[in-house]
Design a protein around this ligand. Structure first.
Ligand SMILES: Cc1ncc(COP(=O)(O)O)c(C=O)c1O
Length: 434
């Protein structure tokens, strides 16, 4: 089977001779003949190497909040890199960027920059361990916090491997993660109030940090049940445990102050990347000054590229635009129309659907009537979801090939793009129903 043209396929074969799987991140490999190879993008569109155009709903797994090759961002980057792209010294622009982040993100009093979401969560975990003098991290099944060994547990394993929900078994998502790391990780189903209470009662005083995405942005954008994030806030405070909110996907996307603004929540630490830089490599760890200020006092954090000029300039331009223009309001309006339209299409065809997430970042599970954690989500009809994605891609509409990955919108998606997408889905769902 092939989903893409001749050039994509021959590039895949060429790439596989020198790059494992022919891609530079495992998630980008969709299979033989069905792995996209991309030439360029502009606004909401992406062209593959065969020259075929797609309305892009992957948005590079979320970073593109304004649009591909967005002129105002690229101009600022170009202006800055002409003065030098890296000094590994501090400049004024990064100070201004962090000041802007502190103003935009409630509860963020100090920030350290990093280059990727993986780095940001890795550093946040170290800061939490250093602050508490404890080692154990509690994370939720189906959440993904990057590729480091500390939390790459119970992310994508078959549900049977997770054991009983009352006493979940943490499952490493890769060979090569030291077995000894198992001693320092506790996993739980998301939205499990009772399990969380029990775990905090038993081990709260030994847990350095509870880390969570505000919604399960790596498992169908499952939203927190009302009160769940608040419960985490309450119990972590009582036990002197650090609450790390991983806003790598939600930050500067679901609200300009991210999930902290959206849910009126104040975690101790928060991590950012993705929409912060509209596609350039920039990330951040932010939080309460009392905790952040231990950095440098026996606590290591840094990196040669942590204030790279392209990333800092792009973030500065992106956040400035988020403040000056109705970026998120426009995305919310168009995204809501897309969510509502898709829901109607499935319902009109008698296919049970659960929509989840936010207009800027949403997902849907088919054939189920409620989803509150990865265990529920895994019972949804993923084969149907996937066959629809492949038909949509043939018709020039590209969500990710993995049902766990949300649809992302950017400021450049137009009403006409939403109409075209709904027309495509109306056709392919009707066909599938037949
Ligand atoms: C919530 C979350 N945290 C961390 C990461 C890791 O970010 P990066 O891919 O920039 O290392 C991701 C990536 O998708 C993510 O979704």
């Amino acid at each position: 089977m092939s989903l893409f043209g001749a050039k994509s396929q021959s590039l895949q074969k060429r790439a596989q001779k020198v790059i494992p799987l022919g891609v530079n991140s495992n998630f980008r490999y969709w299979g033989e003949g069905i792995t996209p190879y991309v030439e360029r993008g502009k606004g909401a569109y992406m062209w593959d190497v065969d020259g075929k155009r797609y309305i892009d709903y992957r948005m590079a797994f979320g970073p593109i909040i304004l649009g591909h090759a967005y002129d105002e961002v690229d101009t600022k980057v170009f202006e800055e890199i002409q003065k030098g792209s890296l000094f590994a010294m501090t400049g004024e622009l990064e100070v201004a960027l962090v000041e802007m982040m502190v103003e935009m993100c409630p509860g963020v009093e100090m920030v350290r920059l990093a280059c990727s979401g993986t780095e940001a969560t890795m550093h946040a975990i170290r800061i939490a361990r250093a602050f508490t003098g404890r080692d154990i991290i509690l994370k939720f099944e189906g959440n993904y916090h990057g590729f480091h060994d500390h939390t790459l547990w119970s992310t994508y394993a078959p549900i049977e491997a997770y054991g009983n929900a009352r006493s979940p078994i943490p499952v490493p998502a890769s060979s090569g993660i030291p077995k000894t790391m198992r001693e320092n990780i506790i996993t739980l189903p998301f939205n499990d109030f009772e399990g969380f209470e029990r775990m905090m009662r038993s081990f709260g005083d030994q847990i350095a940090a509870v880390i969570t995405e505000p919604c399960q942005g790596n498992c169908g954008a499952i939203e927190p049940k009302p009160g769940f994030l608040e419960l985490i806030r309450q119990r972590t405070t009582e036990h002197g445990t650090i609450f790390i909110l991983d806003e790598v996907k939600t930050g500067f996307r679901i609200a300009s102050g991210g999930a902290q603004e959206y849910y009126n929540l104040r975690p101790d630490l928060a991590t950012y990347a993705k929409a912060l830089g509209n596609g350039y490599p920039v990330a951040a760890i932010g939080g309460r000054a009392e905790i952040m200020s231990i950095i440098g006092k026996g606590v290591s954090q840094g990196g040669t590229y942590t204030n790279n000029k392209p990333g800092v300039a792009a973030a500065y331009a992106t956040l400035s635009l988020l403040r000056e223009q109705p970026v998120l309001q426009t995305i919310a309006r168009r995204g809501q129309r897309l969510m509502d339209g898709l829901k109607d299409i499935f319902e009109d065809n008698g296919i049970p659907v659960v929509m989840s997430g936010y207009p800027a970042m949403f997902s849907f599970a088919l054939g189920v009537d409620g989803v509150s954690c990865q265990r529920d989500w895994s019972t949804s009809e993923q084969d149907l979801y996937l066959s629809l994605v492949e038909k949509a891609i043939e018709r020039g509409v590209m969500p990710d090939h993995d049902a766990r990955e949300p649809w992302f919108l950017c400021y450049s998606h137009s009403d006409a793009d939403i109409d075209e997408t709904l027309n495509v889905y109306a056709d392919i769902v009707k066909e599938a129903k037949k």
